[in-house]
Write a protein that binds this ligand. Structure first.
Ligand SMILES: C[S@@+](CC[C@H](N)C(=O)[O-])C[C@H]1O[C@@H](n2cnc3c(N)ncnc32)[C@H](O)[C@@H]1O
Length: 402
């Protein structure tokens, strides 16, 4: 791994106070130009001119379409949800069909199916075939190939109400949200007391969406060079199972809440990994993490928690790592070019509705890592940063690059 990111971040220095907040921006020439341009665009006359001039027409149309997409996003999402609930992608993956055929299979009226399918064609989820049939588009096929996406879309159906009043959320109404109930550990003072019913839905969702993450992580980080991997907040063991497939000699440890660990035990046994794996139940805020692993992973865990808890967790991991150990963090990062909408907008609001946590930039996490005693901090470039980024760090005091 390149240590350029670590060098840039001045690794090894003492913790600067509040270093993980955004650095102040200077109001330079570029800012003043942007302000002036924005003021110019406030005029209806200027808007008309820009949509007419050959040089600006294309850009103006694209901006108008993007703006409309933002306005209409909620309805688009519901069209997608209707397709998922009707199992449209599975039906059309078998073969293309007419609306009448799908109506007969689903019990929905033919006119309703036609309306849904025309909307889905407009959103490029489906495409038209000859003879009035509909089939999967490239987008629809990609969606169907990733069952985790359908699970995510379906769970949005449960939580849309949370976003009805975004100002209430901004004013701190997250604690009473459906999302806080869904992610039960986010709102329970002692999450170790949670029962299986409280963790079942989110653990299944995490398992379904884990392939979107594990393939990215394991493609950029060679877990096989380690003896033992401890996955902290490891859910039902899906990430460990994927890691085990890449590294046949790797020993596996998992730490999570008691009912989640029970699920992980079953899952790892069903995957034939019981002899390589040990599972440990507790809260990573009040119980010691198991010793023995030279690689510890935190996959989609840190962004769920506020800064003080993240610092506590990073220190706990630091304490359980041997001197030559490595910490691997995988989650979508804020401020990554091209995936801002996912981290800053989607996760920014999602976690606010959940009542705790936030997406962090590479620099913010690196500053927290340094403050918790880590050095040689760097980011590994993943194929789709929107799904996850990877940060790697080592306890300070080691020699050599990561
Ligand atoms: C967002 S899920 C991520 C699961 C898994 N790493 C993945 O990416 O699929 C967060 C995980 O952290 C676990 N968790 C949350 N709070 C915890 C705590 N205090 N102690 C132990 N595990 C906890 C949850 O049970 C859950 O499995």
């Amino acid at each position: 791994m390149s240590t350029a990111a670590g060098d840039r971040l001045g690794m090894g220095d003492g913790p600067p106070p509040h270093a993980w907040s955004q650095p102040p921006r200077r109001d330079g020439v570029a800012d003043r130009l942007r302000d002036a341009l924005a003021k110019l665009l406030l005029s209806a006359r200027m808007q008309r001119v820009l949509t007419t001039l050959p040089l600006t027409r294309g850009k103006a149309r694209r901006e108008a379409a993007a703006l409309f997409d933002l306005c209409a996003g909620f309805i688009y999402s519901q069209i997608l949800l209707a397709c998922i609930r009707l199992d449209v992608f599975a039906l059309l993956a078998e073969r293309s069909r007419t609306a009448a055929e799908v109506a007969a299979l689903t019990g929905l009226g033919q006119e309703a199916v036609t309306r849904l399918f025309d909307a889905a064609v407009a959103l490029r989820l489906l495409s038209r075939r000859s003879g009035g049939r509909y089939g999967l588009s490239l987008r629809g096929a990609a969606l169907h190939a990733q069952p985790g996406l359908a699970a995510m879309i379906e769970h949005h159906g449960r939580v849309y109400r949370d976003f009805e009043d975004p100002l209430a959320l901004l004013r701190g109404a997250g604690a009473d949200s459906k999302l806080a109930g869904y992610w039960a550990y986010a709102s329970d003072a002692d999450p170790t007391r949670l029962g299986d019913d409280a963790v079942a839905a989110y653990t299944a969702l995490m398992a379904a969406s884990q392939p979107l993450v594990s393939s990215q992580v394991l493609d950029v980080y060679p877990v096989a060079m380690h003896r033992c991997l401890l996955d902290v907040g490891g859910g039902d063991g899906s990430f460990l199972t994927a890691a085990a497939a890449r590294a046949p000699r790797l020993q596996l440890q998992l730490f999570d809440l008691p009912p989640v660990v029970a699920r992980a035990r079953d899952r790892l046994a069903a995957s034939g990994l019981a002899h390589r794996a040990s599972v440990h139940a507790g809260s990573f805020f009040s119980d010691a993490l198991p010793q023995g692993a030279d690689l510890v992973s935190l996959v989609r865990v840190l962004h769920d928690h506020d800064d003080a808890e993240v610092m506590q967790l990073l220190r706990a991991v630091r304490d359980c790592l041997p001197a030559d150990g490595t910490l691997l963090i995988a989650e979508p990062l804020a401020g990554v070019s091209g995936s801002e909408a996912v981290a800053d907008a989607y996760f920014g609001f999602y976690l606010m509705a959940m009542g705790r946590g936030r997406p962090r930039t590479e620099e913010q996490l690196a500053a927290m890592l340094r403050a918790a005693g880590y050095c040689q901090i760097g980011r590994l470039p993943t194929r789709i940063p929107m799904q996850t980024s990877v940060l790697v760090a080592r306890p300070c005091g080691q020699t050599g690059g990561v």
